[in-house]
Write a protein that binds this ligand. Structure first.
Ligand code: SF4
Length: 291
């Protein structure tokens, strides 16, 4: 060996050139069972490459292992809590028969049930039967329903429905989805309200603005249009719950799960709800959850 040239020895401190300083794992990495992989080292069976995508902190509920929004246990939990919150709710529109309910539901479009309930007692006192409505022109009905909004279209629908019920259904509101859908101003939502609330027939599920909002917040659907939301809900909600479930969501939408600033602090569904616009949350994975 040439004098003066000494092979390099590892420093006693371990901080010699080429040595990587081993840093303690972050708490989040430990919790997630992730161990960083050194450059050039292939991940072993217990090692995982740490990348931004694989960050252990949940970016959304989809990243949470084992979480499935449509899992039967979760659906059962939602139904149970809705039962506790709203045990015996039904349609808030005042009515005494199928015809009155049909008229009230047509009038409730873009209006509130309370607003419609202020109008209908006098309306049905003045025109007690389907035949009375069928004898009117839409223009004659307009003043009586003006305060519910969109009164010209609504008058046309109500008078048109009355005429059709008199001429084709013997003066009786049909209890059949296909027949109801032939009436002017009647789409699936109105037909489902009449069939479910009056005839107790679960042909479909009422989807209004409240049902749409809450079904999306609870991740029961990703859709925004009513027919697709109805399809999604009828796949996961048991049929014998369709009528009550829709009423419960409507009441929940009025009382707590309101459109702006829902009252999550008072909501019994809070710890199983991952809505992105929650105003209060008790569960860590909710913090970054997205709708
Ligand atoms: S926790 Fe909030 S957003 Fe979720 S259902 Fe309840 S009120 Fe609605």
């Amino acid at each position: 060996m040439v004098r003066g040239i000494v092979p390099r020895q590892p420093a006693k401190t371990g901080r010699h050139e080429g040595t990587r300083i081993s840093r303690p794992l972050k708490v989040s990495q430990k919790n997630a069972g992730l161990h960083p992989v050194r450059p050039g080292q292939r991940p072993g069976p217990t090692q995982t490459k740490v990348s931004k995508q694989a960050a252990p902190r949940a970016k959304s509920t989809r990243a949470v292992k084992g979480y499935h929004p449509l899992a039967p246990e979760r659906i059962a939990g939602i139904l149970k809590r809705l039962d506790q919150l709203y045990p015996e709710v039904t349609c808030a529109l005042t009515h005494k028969d199928a015809w009155q309910l049909l008229v009230a539901t047509i009038l409730s479009a873009q209006s509130t049930d309370a607003n419609v309930n202020r109008v209908t007692p006098e309306l049905f006192r003045k025109y007690p039967t389907v035949a009375d409505f069928a004898a009117l022109t839409p223009e004659q009905l307009e003043p009586a329903v003006r305060s519910t909004g969109f009164f010209r279209n609504k008058s046309k629908s109500v008078v048109g429905a009355a005429k059709k019920i008199m001429s084709e259904f013997g003066g009786q509101v049909p209890d059949d989805m296909a027949q109801l859908l032939t009436l002017p101003g009647v789409a699936r939502k109105t037909a489902n309200v009449v069939l479910g609330t009056w005839f107790k027939k679960a042909d479909g599920l009422v989807v209004d603005t409240h049902v749409t909002r809450i079904a999306r917040r609870l991740e029961l659907t990703k859709n925004t249009d009513a027919p697709k939301i109805e399809q999604d809900l009828t796949k996961v909600i048991p049929r014998d719950r369709w009528i009550l479930f829709a009423h419960q969501l409507i009441w929940h939408g009025r009382k707590l799960c309101i459109a702006r600033r829902p009252k999550c602090v008072d909501c019994a569904l809070e710890n199983i709800c991952h809505a992105g616009d929650k105003t209060w949350s008790t569960v860590e994975i909710h913090k970054n959850a997205k709708l």
